[in-house]
Design a protein around this ligand. Structure first.
Ligand code: ADP
Ligand code: MG
Length: 229
């Protein structure tokens, strides 16, 4: 039997920015493959290109060279409508700040992406309640973001990211704004979810303790991805 495709495969990815007279060559042939159920911590100093890499992996940005394969499919030549479709159905994002809609409750924030995708209100509500309960927020369903703690807000953001059952989860310093104890809990939640749902996850973080609990650790050195212990 042949090896299954990685869920996501960044191959020889190049990214340059022109800033005034300077030519910043941020990614120089970066390679990264992630399989189903696998969590990868991306640990690198500020400015190394973590967010850039996640944006390219999430099809939010085009690389200047190389290719992003999702389930073995090359995405660079797909029309924008198909890239958007993949982003909506296959990829979930979590950011450092939660980006929840302030006027909606926790459960409504998780329902919205599902309704955009075509689920009925009732279906979306049931799945949202199930997810939020799994993430320990059963008693917070009708709270608005301002009525939640930082850790609770991030757990709602995680629920929203996986609401449409994506295959890939991309998180950009998701616990960067949290105190150590809360960061710990949120990180555990994330890891549990990755294992239980067979997601492929790439999580940028500065927290080495948390990174140690992921399946793999990588860094960006001189524009390339390197595995670290
Ligand atoms: P990290 O997330 O690891 O802190 P980023 O991926 O955000 O790093 O940025 C990597 C480098 O690329 C930084 O030096 C940053 O200033 C530069 N950069 C990022 N986005 C742009 C942009 N849109 N235009 C110019 N330079 C950028
Ligand atoms: Mg960043």
């Amino acid at each position: 039997m042949s090896e299954p495709n990685p869920v996501i495969f960044l191959h020889s990815v190049e990214r340059r920015y022109h800033q005034g007279d300077a030519d910043l060559h941020i990614l120089k042939g970066a390679d990264l493959a992630v399989w189903m159920g696998q969590s990868v911590a991306l640990i690198a100093p500020s400015g190394a290109g973590k967010s850039t890499l996640l944006h390219i992996a999430g099809l939010l940005e085009h690389p200047d060279g190389g290719e992003v394969y999702i389930d073995g499919v090359a995405t660079s030549t797909l029309p924008d409508t198909e890239r958007t479709q993949i982003r909506r159905t296959d990829i979930g994002f979590v950011y450092q700040s939660h980006h929840l809609l302030p006027e909606f409750s926790a459960v409504e924030n998780v329902m919205l992406p599902q309704m955009i995708r075509g689920l009925t209100r009732g279906e979306a509500r049931n799945r949202s309640i199930e997810l939020l309960t799994y993430l320990g927020l059963k008693a917070r369903l009708t709270h608005r973001p301002a009525e939640l703690s930082g850790g609770e807000q991030q757990r709602v953001a995680i629920a929203r990211a996986v609401a449409n059952a994506p295959r890939i989860l991309l998180a950009d310093e998701p616990t960067g704004n949290l105190d150590p104890h809360t960061a710990d809990r949120v990180f555990d939640t994330l890891r549990q979810l990755v294992r239980a749902s067979g997601l492929a996850a790439i999580v940028a973080t500065h927290n080495l303790d948390l990174a140690q609990r992921m399946d793999r650790r990588v860094t960006i050195r001189e524009g390339a991805i390197i595995e670290v212990d």
